[in-house]
Design a protein around this ligand. Structure first.
Ligand code: GAL
Length: 423
């Protein structure tokens, strides 16, 4: 009896010591989730981490899409002070991983059976040299068009399936005095719109060849030219100069508050509608932009963990990764974030119609090979090429005098840009 109780006490004491150690431990996390919906989703993780005995040290870098965050991270790592974990998407994970900066999460992946839980197209991006270095939150779909329901009922008539139909609808809205498209002209938002248009106009094959392989022949195809023209035409349905430097969530707020009818944006926009108390179908509609109905531009949000001495992740980093892949967290986080969970054990019944559609389309498009990674959100190209594309497409957006042929010529040159590792 004495032996048993001392064993129990020993075990309890062990737990106490661990808890005491953990309680004093900060875990610093860099991320760009600062909008209303994003922050709400992230709170789910903060409170769970607190429950596990860790203190969340926030390193939030504002700027949707994460371009600024990636620059800040580069500076921190160069000073030899990486945070414990950082929000990162596919291509950035590979780049930091190749520089041997990331720690190994294989033990957690094995324990939670990530390989069988997560689709292979996702696990590939989370591993470097065969080892897991990042924990994934979700799948986001970038090709969505959000429509204010009242505006749709009053002016739209029917859901547009082609760009021509889209422009007819947008013209009707314009005539009725409502701004058709809410947009922010930041380079990443401009480029995110362009890649969606290119996918819609050119289809998956042109998207892959022209934007991911940067293949000369594909870039010169009439599809790219047409996409640039559609993209330029869309600008006349925005509020022009007023859109300069507008954040994506401010643009979403315009649709939420009946100041504009629509926004092209990934499904994190849904998080803003929810945070404002709006419901899918009742207050807003989600449709795939013209031509992209049968394809899926995907993004996986994840936190990569930096090496803190040893190759293996620390106990704090492992706890963080474990929490991220826990089914109850995946459900709560993604309900607020607007994305769909990765863990196979999440019940989708609680999700809205857009989320359910996204989840079904993710599976269907991966089966018919129309699931493509987003270039705008760091899922496909080395950072130097991605940045050059964003800058060029943005210049084209703001300079109406730039001939389409010049933009095509300059896209062709991007392939030659060095691909040495940088962030
Ligand atoms: C993306 C990220 C999303 C979203 C968006 C806007 O890069 O994958 O989760 O929040 O930026 O900040």
């Amino acid at each position: 009896m004495k032996k048993i109780s001392s064993l129990v006490v020993g075990a309890l004491c062990g737990a106490c010591v661990m808890a005491a150690q953990a309680a004093s431990e900060d875990i610093e996390i860099m991320h760009w989730w600062t909008s209303g919906g994003e922050a709400k989703a992230l709170d789910e993780l903060k409170s769970r981490l607190k429950g596990a005995g860790y203190r969340w040290k926030d390193m939030a870098v504002e700027g949707g899409g994460g371009d600024k965050a990636m620059e800040t991270l580069q500076a921190r790592v160069s000073r030899g002070q990486p945070p414990e974990a950082a929000q990162m998407n596919g291509a950035s994970i590979q780049s930091w991983g190749r520089q041997k900066a990331l720690a190994n999460l294989d033990a957690v992946a094995k324990e939670q059976q990530w390989e069988s839980q997560i689709p292979a197209v996702v696990t590939r991006g989370l591993k470097v040299d065969g080892h897991f270095v990042a924990a994934p939150f979700n799948i986001h779909r970038a090709n969505w068009l959000w429509i204010n329901r009242d505006a749709f009922v009053k002016y739209a008539g029917r859901t547009p399936e082609t760009w021509d139909q889209f422009f007819v609808m947008a013209d009707r809205m314009k005539t009725a005095g409502i701004l058709p498209i809410a947009h922010g002209s930041q380079p990443w938002q401009n480029f995110a719109l362009f890649e969606t248009v290119l996918l819609g106009v050119g289809g998956v094959d042109t998207y892959r060849r022209a934007l991911i392989a940067l293949d000369n022949e594909a870039i010169q195809s009439p599809k790219v030219e047409e996409a640039l023209k559609v993209f330029r035409r869309l600008k006349s349905y925005t509020d022009g100069a007023a859109a300069n430097d507008r954040n994506w969530n401010a643009a979403t707020a315009m649709v939420v508050n009946n100041k504009a009818a629509m926004q092209f944006m990934g499904d994190w926009a849904k998080g803003e509608f929810f945070a404002a108390g709006k419901a899918a179908d009742r207050d807003f509609l989600c449709i795939a932009p013209p031509g992209t109905q049968r394809s899926f531009l995907f993004i996986v949000d994840s936190f990569a963990v930096f090496k803190k001495g040893a190759d293996e992740a620390t106990a704090a980093q492992k706890t963080l990764a474990r929490l991220i892949m826990t089914p109850s967290f995946q459900q709560a986080f993604n309900l607020a974030k607007g994305s769909v969970p990765l863990s196979a054990n999440v019940d989708m019944a609680k999700f809205d119609v857009c989320g359910q559609q996204s989840s079904a389309y993710f599976v269907a498009t991966s089966m018919v090979d129309t699931l493509v990674p987003s270039v705008a959100f760091h899922m496909a190209l080395p950072v130097e090429q991605e940045t050059a594309l964003k800058n060029l497409v943005s210049e084209f957006w703001s300079n109406d005098a730039m001939p389409v042929a010049e933009a095509v010529r300059r896209i062709q040159r991007i392939r030659a840009i060095g691909t040495k590792d940088q962030h």
